[in-house]
Design a protein around this ligand. Structure first.
Ligand code: GLA
Length: 389
């Protein structure tokens, strides 16, 4: 059995495909793949890949690994089948396998359930096949599965988070060089908690808005005569763009990259464990939300209300995370400093301090007549790993 976590992103949204910086951390919630080699009972020499999922019980998919090609498998199974295809395309011969999936990452909540599915499958298939593929290569293989096989044009953040994060740390990833560093991130040790608010407005990355933002960024870079928005030197660079929409998009990308570096500097200066640091990071989170809402225009009403209610109820700060148009909000909240044995890997510390924030967000949703939100306590967890078998 192999487990790959979902992720939340502390800072840097829509920066990955602009060659910028991101700062995600892995969640305790993840996707599990229980897998075994598929015996060739008929002696036909065919390598069969059989996929089933506890979340899609009526949909068992069986494919021939030799005939795999983009478009052959659709729906949830495109993600694991895509990984087998991408591994083979990279020259790694995958054995026939039977994979059973289970997940406690809520789907459509912007917590990277699909990247977790890809990464759990990647570990299962490489382990069963005795293939020694470095993690950095698995990241690009899993992303290729998502982009080319499942047809979703995402950046590289989610797969990197699922395969490279470490407990008690956030992962600083330079999406241009693909260099990464572990940054100490232990809010519990500083009497703070991370609260995820699933707004229950489902997000779908494949529905076009995400791709449109991507295209706008590429167009802006083209008009500015730079290879990507990473090459911006300041907000003033946007002045030469006549189109006010593109100017706003570019401003978000530039300022969010800056915010990633600010958060990293704050965390490093305090080894990730001072209350003042988290107050300051909270302020940056809310600033980032405003930028995502007004400049990048990817927020949605439930997220705006959740952020406003959380901050009014005492959160240090909050923002929407992920691609947008639905999904989750991350709130940084003061937790009881007495939370015994706090630190990465311990219990749901945020519980005690986040009560007023939960109550306020729940009440605000009720006032709007929306389905009640779902709350999850987050704790920077470890990346994908074997968990049994
Ligand atoms: C989704 C994509 C990522 C990234 C974020 C926005 O999660 O999968 O690659 O672009 O949106 O930051």
């Amino acid at each position: 059995m192999w487990l790959a976590p979902g992720r939340a992103n502390l800072m840097g949204e829509h920066t990955d495909y602009n060659d910028g910086f991101v700062l995600p951390f892995a969640l305790g919630q993840g996707v599990t793949a229980a897998a075994a080699r598929n015996p060739d009972r008929t002696g036909s020499g065919k390598r069969r890949l059989t996929l089933c999922s506890r979340q899609q019980p009526s949909d068992i998919v069986e494919v021939d690994l030799d005939g795999l090609a983009p478009g052959r498998v659709t729906g949830w199974a495109a993600y694991p089948a895509g990984v087998a295809w991408a591994l083979e395309a990279a020259g790694h011969r995958v054995p026939g396998a039977c994979i059973a999936i289970d997940s406690d990452v809520p789907a459509g909540a912007g917590l990277s359930s699909s990247a977790a599915l890809e990464c759990a499958t990647a570990l299962a298939l490489t382990s069963l096949g005795g293939l020694d593929v470095p993690r950095a290569e698995l990241v690009t293989i899993a992303r290729r599965a998502e982009n080319e096989f499942a047809g979703v044009p995402t950046g590289i953040m989610d797969q990197s988070a699922s395969l490279l994060c470490r407990a008690g740390h956030a992962l600083l990833l330079d999406c241009r060089s693909l260099e990464s560093a572990q940054v100490p991130f232990d809010p519990a040790a500083a009497g703070a908690g991370l609260l995820l608010i699933n707004t229950r407005a489902r997000h779908e990355l494949s529905d076009g808005e995400y791709g449109q933002r991507r295209a706008e960024c590429e167009e802006a870079a083209r008009r500015l005569g730079i290879p990507s928005l990473r090459f911006l030197t300041g907000v003033a660079d946007t002045d030469s763009l006549a189109d006010p929409v593109l100017r706003r998009r570019v401003r978000h990308v530039f300022t969010d990259n800056q915010r990633v570096l600010e958060v990293v500097a704050l965390l490093r200066a305090s080894s990730g464990a001072s209350a003042d640091t988290y107050r300051e990071i909270g302020r940056l989170l809310t600033q980032a939300h405003v930028s995502l809402r007004d400049d990048f225009e990817v927020s949605w009403p439930e997220a705006d209300v959740a952020v406003e209610a959380a901050v009014a109820a005492g959160a240090y700060g909050a923002r929407m995370i992920g691609g947008g148009f639905g999904g989750s909000v991350l709130a940084l909240v003061p937790a009881a400093a007495s939370a015994a044995g706090g630190g990465a890997g311990s219990g749901p510390v945020a519980d005690r301090g986040s009560g007023p924030v939960r109550d306020a967000v729940t009440a605000a949703f009720a006032r709007n007549g929306w389905t009640a939100p779902e709350f999850l306590d987050a704790m920077p967890a470890d990346s994908a790993r074997q968990v049994g078998g």
